[in-house]
Design a protein around this ligand. Structure first.
Ligand SMILES: *Cc1c(COP(=O)(O)O)cnc(C)c1O
Length: 375
């Protein structure tokens, strides 16, 4: 589409340059010989999977993880030689696509292993072990169930993995729980090794586990959110993060006018002006992924280098700001919802905080109506 048309209303700006910096920061925290599996599920956390994956490949990354088969097939088209791991479930009737696209499928229970084996295709497998997350995976105690996966002739086990439930926390009890999880994983792996099975490559750490549990030694780590230069929420990690965000969210000002003291703004009349204010409408809303619950909880917006609050309920396609302090604001000006403008900046972590969620959630729900513009 014509670039000018793309930016007529609201858009996401992405600078791929900091990816190299973030990869370097992550690599500097990994144990020697530990490589990165770049997690690019959910359209690379909203950043555009094809652009991000190609840039990461350029930075020497050759192993990627996605959530599902359709994401894997899409990625395969641009990366013919990379390793691609599907973290989530793939039904048996799609096994053909796993084989045709040389994908690696996570397997997390005996029924699924049997079904995939029954497809008749030769498939590459990583075994997911549940060590306490209770999301998916073979229970770490059920060794004979895991052992069965190794016995299917057409399933080739190339790796084993687990996932931490509270690696993002540096509370003592959470650190202890992660340690319990890693020891459960290690003992399951050890048991299988001692039985003579080749367990393949091991991987356990998502972004936070890399920074909070740097003592873990594995073949791969699986960073997602921190590749994109943000934390899930601003906070302390055991090893300091030095990351740069890639993404900004921008929209145009659609209308500016003064309203009187006592007038309310938007649905539900949540906000009432206590003095005359200059009100500006911004052409972006919750259908674009701007969280509706952000109003009144610290939701902000920058226009012409001046940061002001979002007021009244956020609508589907529009939100309003108190623009009284923005001297020369006019329709057509550009508002920044995430990112920098002049000396002001709104971090994705702040938007997440104001919305009662994490940046991972904010980023991957940025709407398809927002064109991604690469700068
Ligand atoms: C999403 C996901 C990751 C990446 O997590 P981040 O917290 O974004 O780094 C890693 N491993 C698994 C199994 C995941 O589902």
């Amino acid at each position: 589409m014509d670039r000018n048309l793309e930016c007529s209303r609201a858009w996401v700006e992405i600078d791929l340059e900091p990816l190299a910096h973030n990869v370097a920061d992550i690599r500097s925290k990994l144990s020697k010989d530990c490589e990165i599996i770049a997690v690019v599920k959910a359209n690379a956390y909203g950043h555009g999977v094809l652009q991000v994956a190609q840039r990461l490949a350029h930075e020497g990354i050759d192993f990627f993880a996605v959530a599902c088969l359709s994401e894997a097939v899409e990625l395969r088209e641009v990366l013919p030689d990379a390793e691609i791991l599907i973290l989530g479930y793939t039904p048996q009737k799609y096994a053909k696509y796993l084989s045709e696209n040389n994908l690696i499928q996570s397997v997390f229970d005996g029924g699924q292993a049997k079904a995939l084996s029954g497809s008749g295709y030769n498939l590459r497998i990583h075994v997911a072990i549940d060590t306490g997350m209770r999301r998916y995976g073979f229970e770490y105690t059920k060794i004979s169930e895991i052992e069965n996966v190794f016995k299917y002739e057409n399933l080739r086990v190339e790796g084993m993995a687990t996932h931490f439930a509270s690696a993002d926390s540096i509370e003592q009890s959470d650190i202890e729980f992660s340690k319990v999880q890693i020891s459960r994983f290690n003992s399951a792996v050890m048991t299988l090794k001692n039985m003579g099975y080749c367990v393949g490559k091991l991987h356990t750490q998502s972004s936070y586990a890399i920074y909070n549990h740097p003592d873990i030694v594995c073949d791969y780590a699986r960073p997602g959110i921190m590749l994109y230069g943000v934390q899930s929420l601003h906070g302390k990690t055991k090893l300091e993060t030095n990351l740069k965000p890639l993404l900004s969210v921008k929209a145009v000002i659609s209308q500016v006018r003064w309203i009187n003291e006592g007038e309310s703004v938007s649905y539900g009349r949540l906000y009432t002006a206590t003095k005359p204010i200059k009100l500006a409408s911004v052409a972006i809303g919750y259908a674009d992924g701007i969280p509706r619950q952000m109003t009144g909880n610290g939701g902000m917006c920058i226009v012409n280098g001046c940061k002001v609050p979002i007021i009244g309920r956020i609508c589907m396609d529009t939100l309003m700001i108190d623009a009284t302090d923005i001297k020369d604001i006019k329709s057509g000006d550009i508002a920044t919802l995430i990112g920098k403008d002049g000396d002001e900046v709104i971090y994705c972590e702040e938007v997440a905080e104001a919305s009662g969620t994490i940046t991972n959630d904010i980023l991957c729900r940025l709407g398809i109506r927002l064109p991604r513009v690469y700068v």
